[in-house]
Design a protein around this ligand. Structure first.
Ligand code: AMP
Length: 222
C-alpha cells in the first residue's frame, strides 16, 4: 500500500504518518527530514537546499524528484510507503506517477489533512521534538506527560525547527497555497483523494484515517 499525506505545514502529516508507519508496517518518507539530514551533513544537496528552506521556499523539483526516486527504490519501500511532504507541486505529482508506473506500482490513496489556516501558525510555533528519539510534541495540544521530559525515552533535550519561526511559517503557507494546494484536483479526478478533518484531536484524526483506508478495496492491511 502506497499512501500520500497532503496538507499545509502543521496539519499533522508527520504525526499521523509516524502512527501509521508503526501500525501498518509501512515506511514513512519525509522529504523535509531527508533534506534536514543533508543540511546537517553539509552535503552538496544540503548546501543547495538550506537557504531555500530557511526562507520557507520550496527546493527545486529536479532536486527533490531525484532524491525521492532514489529513496523509494530502496528495499525497505517495496512493501509500501507513506509520503509525508511529497509531492508539493503538480510537476512532482506527475513525476511520481510516472516513476511508479515504470515499476508497475501506483499510489493507492491520498489523505488530505484539512485544517483552517488561521490555527496553523500557532500550531507550528508551539511544536518541538525530542533531540534523542525524535518524538514530536506541542506546547498546547500535545505536551510531554512530565514537563521537560520525553515520554518515549526520558531525554530532557528538545529541539525546534529553524523554519518554524512565525515569519518563515508565513512564507511556507504562501508556497503551500500557490504551489501545493493546486495538486488536490489532480488526485481528486482519479478518485484517490480522501479529505480528513485535521482539526480534531490526534486520536480522532487517526480513527478517520483508518476508516478511510478501510474503504479502499485493493488495500491489504498488515
Ligand atoms: P517539511 O519538513 O515537509 O515541512 O519540509 C521542510 C522544507 O523542506 C520545506 O519548507 C521545503 O523548503 C523543503 N521541502 C520538503 N519537501 C519538499 C518538496 N517535496 N518539494 C520542495 N521542497 C521541499
Amino acid at each position: 500500500m502506497n499512501i500520500i499525506f497532503l496538507g499545509p505545514p502543521g496539519a499533522g502529516k508527520g504525526t499521523q504518518s509516524k502512527l501509521l508507519e508503526d501500525q501498518y508496517g509501512l515506511v514513512q518518507i519525509s522529504t523535509g527530514d531527508m533534506l534536514r539530514a543533508e543540511v546537517a551533513r553539509g552535503s552538496a544537496i544540503g548546501q543547495e537546499a538550506k537557504s531555500l528552506m530557511d526562507a520557507g521556499k520550496l527546493v527545486s523539483d529536479a532536486l527533490i524528484i531525484a532524491m525521492l526516486k532514489g529513496r523509494i527504490g530502496q528495499d525497505d519501500c517495496q512493501n509500501g510507503f507513506i509520503l509525508d511532504g511529497f509531492p508539493r507541486t503538480l510537476a512532482q505529482a506527475e513525476a511520481l506517477d510516472e516513476m511508479l508506473k515504470a515499476d508497475g506500482k501506483s499510489i493507492d490513496v491520498v489523505l488530505f489533512l484539512d485544517v483552517d489556516e488561521d490555527i496553523l501558525a500557532d500550531r507550528i510555533s508551539g511544536r518541538f521534538t525530542c533531540a534523542n528519539c525524535g518524538r514530536t510534541y506541542n506546547e498546547v495540544s500535545n505536551p510531554p506527560r512530565v514537563a521537560g521530559k520525553c515520554d518515549a525515552c526520558g531525554s530532557h533535550e528538545f529541539t525546534r525547527r529553524a523554519d518554524d519561526k512565525r515569519e518563515t511559517v508565513v512564507e511556507r503557507l504562501k508556497e503551500y497555497r500557490k504551489l501545493t494546494a493546486p495538486i488536490l484536483p489532480f488526485y481528486e479526478k482519479t478518485g484517490r483523494l480522501h479529505s480528513i478533518n485535521g482539526m480534531l484531536p490526534t486520536a480522532e484524526v487517526t480513527a478517520e484515517i483508518k476508516a478511510a483506508l478501510g474503504e479502499i478495496p485493493k488495500i491489504t492491511q498488515k
